[in-house]
Design a protein around this ligand. Structure first.
Ligand SMILES: C[S@@+](CC[C@H](N)C(=O)[O-])C[C@H]1O[C@@H](n2cnc3c(N)ncnc32)[C@H](O)[C@@H]1O
Length: 184
């Protein structure tokens, strides 16, 4: 974990909601259920310094695509250092996901957004956009320090499994949210 990443996180706490990048233990738990052999399109919300981005790219198929959203200019500068033809950085809000995918659907959306710090309208806008951007049978994976947004997540996804990861700083919750295989 670089000092630079930590400083950007702390100085922008209002929008990052974090004091440290996600730990390898937390990233491992978030990604362990992803079927990287089959996944062709993965979307990431709140890429930050790229700690999850790099691990996704390390595990992804050579012909898969990663589209990562980030609003912080300093983090975007760090993310532009990632040289990988599978990677697209979107320097803008996660709410734009459907516009950016332009009709393509995601197998997975992996989110580190600090939803608990967002106004309810923004949380609902982002969750709805993510739900629509997913393929049928796709998954939205979100980590949070506090499970405050669980009811809003549960409204968008019928199947939600929660995992608590105590051995990371701060201890975190991960929501694994499954989009049904058939239209409701
Ligand atoms: C908790 S940090 C996560 C950083 C890194 N992915 C990690 O897990 O350590 C959340 C990130 O979300 C970004 N962010 C906040 N609001 C956003 C939005 N509406 N769209 C995209 N990114 C956003 C912040 O700038 C910040 O970098």
């Amino acid at each position: 974990m670089s000092l630079r990443s930590r400083l950007v996180l702390i100085r922008n706490f209002g929008t990052t909601g974090a004091i440290a990048p996600a730990s390898p233990a937390l990233i491992g738990r978030m990604l362990h259920g992803i079927n990287f052999q089959n996944a062709r399109v993965i979307v990431e919300f709140g890429a930050g310094d790229g700690c999850i981005t790099r691990e996704l790219l390390r595990r992804m198929r050579p012909d898969a695509r990663l589209v990562s959203f980030e609003i912080n200019a300093q983090f975007c500068a760090m993310l532009r250092e990632i040289r990988d033809k599978r990677f697209t950085l979107v320097e803008g809000s996660a709410e734009r996901v459907e516009q950016v995918l332009a009709g393509a659907k995601a197998d997975y959306v992996v989110s580190a957004l600090p939803l608990a710090r967002f106004p309810s309208k923004l949380v609902d806008g982002i969750l709805s956009a993510a739900q629509r951007a997913l393929k049928l049978g796709g998954d939205y994976i979100q980590y949070q320090y506090v499970p405050l947004t669980y009811p809003r997540i549960r409204k968008r996804f019928q199947q939600v499994r929660t995992e608590f990861v105590p051995l990371c700083l701060p201890p975190s919750f991960i929501f694994f949210c499954h989009k049904a295989e058939v239209e409701a």
